[in-house]
Design a protein around this ligand. Structure first.
Ligand code: KG4
Ligand code: ZN
Length: 357
């Protein structure tokens, strides 16, 4: 089965063609970093407009690179949620219109499911069951994954997501947008011994996270210590060490509590090299393995959507000419492909603009 995948949940337009027998045939990405950089964060209306401008040309390019005429497609997958409502609408409308014109089925996939299955695109994919650490701009979750659509939430952030904490910290340290890579760069020159920030919620049992206090701690330190370049680097280092240590402690706990020996890390923060090093160490000590998508598939992309679509389309594709989105959509509500899907119905999904994936 050959599927076109479309990702437009936030600030990246991603398109890819995935074939269940031959794997990934092509993927194209347009990042909106330049559009949002001057505002220090994602501006939803600008994101939607940019998806409108970029999506059709990217679809043409991906099909050309995959040497796949549109008539050779068996289905289309798009991100249905969670994400920014206006941005999601662009992908959903385009996918449904194209599928209608081609008389093929389309399916709306869950953005976080697409992230957590992304390591299956790699040459040495993880077997089920595994524990997934999902760390993106909108979510921080630990999930026990028994199979596709069989997800048990072990813990999540009670406030800011890890990526969001990186973004806010970068902003308050004057390091620019997007925050994660900027903090990581600054932290490389930081002295690990100068400041020590708290590791939130690690002193009690449980697998939930909280990062907003850490952000306040960073702000107070920055106000007190000033903004000399070395100080900024030292604060970035202390912040990053605290986040990574917290994530590593909870991953270790999740492996111990579930007895599972495979850890999958997905979502934008998974691109962080220091986090990868630290989790490799956790895994080594537990005789476990860590799986990541390749770096470019840690952040948002069309490949993970086309791939999830290949798994979901056979049981769930539909030729509806109506389409819906789910800006807020609980990962645990998903069922295995083909089973009754408990996604929120059209219109029942979310008041408001939704959140970041
Ligand atoms: O998964 P993603 O591309 O988009 C969402 O679904 O949110 O994740 C984006 C997030 C942003 O908060 C970004 O700052 C963070 O991932 N990020 C990083 C790094 N690269 C991206 N955080 C830490 N270190 C990085 N190298
Ligand atoms: Zn994402």
């Amino acid at each position: 089965m050959r599927v076109l995948g479309i990702e437009t949940s936030c600030d990246e337009t991603g398109v890819a063609v995935h074939d269940s027998a031959r794997g990934l045939l092509a993927h194209c990405l347009h990042s909106q970093i330049e559009t949002h950089a001057r505002y220090g964060g994602v501006v939803p209306e600008l994101a939607s407009r940019d998806h409108v401008r970029k999506l059709a040309p990217l679809i043409r390019e991906a099909l050309e690179r995959a040497q796949t005429p549109r008539t050779a497609l068996d289905g289309i997958a798009y991100t249905r949620g969670p994400g920014l409502a206006g941005a999601l609408l662009v992908g959903a409308a385009t996918a449904r219109a194209m599928a209608f014109a081609l008389d093929i089925p389309a399916v709306g996939v869950h953005h976080m499911e697409a992230h957590l299955l992304a390591p299956l695109l790699e040459a040495d994919p993880p077997a089920f069951p595994f524990v997934a650490l999902l760390v993106s701009g909108g979510h921080t979750m630990l999930v026990q994954v028994a199979g596709v659509g069989r997800y048990r939430l072990l813990g999540e952030s009670l406030d800011d997501a890890a990526g969001e904490a990186f973004d806010k910290t970068a902003k308050l340290l004057g390091l620019g947008y997007p925050g994660g890579p900027a903090v990581e760069r600054a932290a490389r020159d930081g002295d690990p011994g100068r400041f020590r920030f708290p590791r939130p919620m690690t002193d009690r049992p449980g697998l939930d996270f909280s990062f907003s206090g850490l952000k306040t701690h960073t702000l107070n330190t920055a106000r007190r210590e000033g903004d000399a370049p070395q100080t900024v680097a030292d604060i970035a280092r202390a912040f990053q060490d605290a986040v990574i240590d917290t994530l590593a402690i909870k991953c270790r706990r999740a492996l111990d509590e579930t007895g599972v020996r495979r850890l999958v890390v997905a979502g934008g923060v998974g691109a962080n090299a220091a986090l990868r090093e630290r989790l490799a160490e956790v895994a080594r000590r537990r005789d476990a393995r860590v799986h990541y998508p390749r770096i470019e598939f840690c952040t948002d992309n069309g490949a993970m959507v086309a791939h999830a679509g290949c798994l979901r389309l056979p049981g769930e594709g539909s030729r509806d000419d109506a389409f819906d989105i789910a800006p807020r959509w609980d990962l645990e509500s998903l069922a295995p492909p083909g089973d009754a899907v408990t996604a929120p119905a059209a219109g029942a999904s979310a008041p408001g603009a939704g959140s970041r994936g």
